[in-house]
Design a binder for this molecule. Structure first.
Ligand code: LLP
Length: 463
């Protein structure tokens, strides 16, 4: 196989945390993939494609690893003030997933009435929930205050005034975190980097708006300043970016505490921890490495300034959900196309597409894919996996070496789709959104049932 093709070949399952497959996946001697003990062909008999399939044990383990890493790095015994982990529900949330996260000791970061209601429906304790958003509605703010969530993360001065007004009307005191922008740029695509100045999120530290907001909260009878929040972007491999941003927030906190004589008990460092999507991606740092780097920054700052260390929280989403899941499709039409630059590319169409994974079209995200229903031949062909939408940008995997003997009816899996796949899914071309299946110890069940065309027609007022 050419080097170029070898580079875009899907790695085989190896049971490792940095592999592209969930840890409970293995390929049997017959070439078929088994997911947590269940053969792919058996699974799709009861849960037809296209379908998201989560290895429950792997997703829980990734959550537990974050929790253990943070607890250990920020232990009070080590002179620090403890840590909390909030799973970022925007990656993928269902009642079942909220329960898993809660069982593993995590809270849930929500960013809409929908996510908040789902977490509450799962029975997650309100004091383990946060509410984000740059444009929360009065209803969302009221819901969060009524439920008694741990904190509302306030994103602007306008929102601060609104939350204060609602809290005053209700005779309540709202727990506030202020989301600040540190100026640290990190992450992949421009659309997912969030801490630079020219974007919609947060209160600028450099422009002094963050400090102004802190003063307003401290002065208010109806607001309690529980912490400062920073989220610098997504898919970040670089530990330094987190440390730099944390340093800016530690300085802001330390100065405000000294000047205003107040306490700011917590700093939330947000999410954005990278995962490996293809063989070409670097293996990301383990939770323990991120946690150790953050703890060293907190300890160093406390020693330098004499300001007591804050409790630290984080909000990982992708790094828990993405690698524990794959999308299984059925192969349909196959077409070989001559390329202008010479050579050819094989277009392999599947029974889904940009409606179940918008990330390739939106961010130019790269994925890989593998035939999982049988032992395919050794010869490979340069291929592009595409969906069934009426749009040429409907690409699922840009460039992947697939077996030359691939044929209609084969099951094709795209790994690492657990985050921002189903949660960003649409009904474009009136496709129905796929179900999400959890597999554990050879048993599968729906976490989210697949949509039906009837569901779509139920929303049509004239149907
Ligand atoms: N906390 C906050 C405040 C966030 O805005 C986000 C992601 C997270 C936590 C979780 O970040 P994670 O650990 O999952 O990277 N839809 C895009 C990424 C935008 C995410 C926005 N916020 C994607 O598909 O890559």
């Amino acid at each position: 196989m050419s080097v170029e093709l070898e580079n875009v070949k899907c790695p085989e399952p190896d049971g490792s945390a940095g592999g592209v497959w969930p840890r409970g996946v293995e390929r049997g001697a017959d070439g078929e993939l088994r997911i947590a003990g269940l053969a792919a062909s058996e699974l799709v008999r009861d849960f037809p494609t296209s379908v998201f399939v989560i290895d429950e044990a792997d997703m829980r383990a990734r959550a537990a690893e974050w929790k253990a890493a943070m607890d250990e790095a920020f232990a009070e015994a080590a002179g620090l003030a403890g840590a909390s982990v909030f799973y970022a529900g925007k990656a993928f949330l269902s009642v079942g997933v909220a329960r898993w996260m809660s069982d593993e000791g995590l809270g849930i970061d929500t960013c809409s009435a929908g996510e908040l209601t789902t977490a509450l429906a799962a029975g997650v304790a309100p004091e383990k929930l946060g509410l984000h958003g740059n444009n929360k509605s009065v209803r969302e703010i009221t819901m969060a205050l009524d439920a008694g969530v741990a904190h509302l993360v306030v994103d602007s001065l306008a929102e601060l005034a609104l939350v204060e007004e609602i809290a005053r009307e209700r005779g309540a005191k709202a727990n506030i975190m202020l989301r600040v922008t540190t100026g640290v740029h990190a992450g992949g695509h421009e659309f997912i980097a969030t801490a630079h100045e020219d974007q919609k999120f947060g209160l600028s530290v450099t422009a002094g708006v963050a400090r102004e907001a802190i003063e307003k909260v401290v002065a208010s009878e109806h607001l309690e300043l529980v912490g400062l929040h920073s989220h610098i972007g997504s898919q970040i491999l670089n530990l330094d970016a987190f440390v730099q941003a944390l340093d800016v927030v530690l300085n802001l906190r330390g100065e405000a505490m000294k000047d205003l004589g107040c306490d700011i008990p917590e700093i939330d460092c947000g999410g954005g921890y990278a995962v490996r999507y293809t063989a070409l991606d670097d293996v990301p740092p383990a939770p323990r490495e991120y946690a150790t780097a953050l703890a060293a920054a907190v300890r160093g700052h406390a020693e330098r300034t004499g300001v007591p260390a804050p409790h630290i929280s984080i909000e990982p989403g992708r790094s828990i959900a993405a690698p524990a899941c794959m999308t299984i499709y059925t192969v349909g039409t196959i077409k070989d196309v001559q390329l202008e630059e010479g050579g050819q590319r094989r277009y392999v169409s599947v029974d889904g597409g940009m409606s179940d994974n918008i990330r390739p079209a939106l961010y130019d995200a790269q994925y890989t894919a593998s035939v999982i229903s049988r032992q395919a031949g050794d010869e490979s062909v340069r291929s592009r996996v595409v969906g069934k939408h009426c749009e040429s940008g409907d690409i699922v995997v840009h460039d992947v070496a697939l077996p030359a003997d691939i044929r209609a009816g084969d099951l094709l899996a795209v790994p690492v789709t657990g985050a921002y796949g189903r949660s960003m899914a649409s009904n474009y071309n009136m496709l129905t959104r796929p179900g999400v299946v959890a597999v554990r110890d050879g048993q599968a069940r729906y976490l989210v049932r697949p949509e039906t065309v009837e569901d779509l027609l139920n929303l049509d007022a004239d149907a």
